[in-house]
Design a binder for this molecule. Sequence first.
Ligand code: ZN
Length: 290
Amino acid sequence: MRLKRFDTSNIKVRSSGSGGRGVSIGKGGGIGIGTLILAAIAYFVFGADPMQTIGTIENAQQGTSVQSQSSISEEDICSSSAYATEACNALQSLNQTWEPEFRRAGIKFQQPVLDLYRDGRVTTQGCGSATSAAGPFYCPADQGIYIDTSFYDVMARQMGAGGDFARYYVIAHEYGHHIQNLTGLANQVRSAQQQNQRMANQLQVRMELQADCYAGVWAGKNRNLIEPGDMEEGLAAASAIGDDTLQRNAGQRVSPESFTHGTSAQRVDALRRGMKAADDSACDVYFDIG
Ligand SMILES: [Zn+2]
């Protein structure tokens, strides 16, 4: 995809990682412990148990001591690697694509913050801490999209999901969760899940598929920038991170009742639906449950 180079005056970027290579800075800020534990809800790009990957601030602070406290500019973070540059380019494009949609809908828009780190542990401002193993995720409490760029190597080498568009799909998916946060859908789903535990996973799957669909809408609205092979890369990535495929590849029994993100076929279908429609109302279908 031929995205324009980022302009850091247009995007919000930071790096809260610790103990890894590459971009690594400390944020220092003081956040109440209680808030973090309560707010430890995050949305991942593939099925992971948040309780395993998101710890509490107490755990996280052990890592803080190894953080360098030097402040790195947004420009430095975005230029620190080819992956980081791509992610910043994508963030700028996503902001430019979605902001007018919010304006049209009369909903207040706020840019998410892209938090890039590598091979380490990240201490979020609102969702506790996570290790690289968690994969990319969105934290609604601090509106952060957290990406360990080493995940892109895992995608390419271990999941057969390489290519720039596969990486764009990941950030566009997390951006989809940001949209759900701003529109209030995420809160509605959370209370529905609390009221009906049996539906909790199914509702989670719908949210994830809608985020995939929103990723597709972004691509569809930027069709002029799509290069040959992009669509295939995106669809291959969507297929590689379906719950059934992940369970099968991990040597586990495929158990639909434990799905949190949808099957490969559902994820491919959601991404394609968004791309084709290039209109976010096409993604309402996941919550037409009357
Ligand atoms: Zn997700």
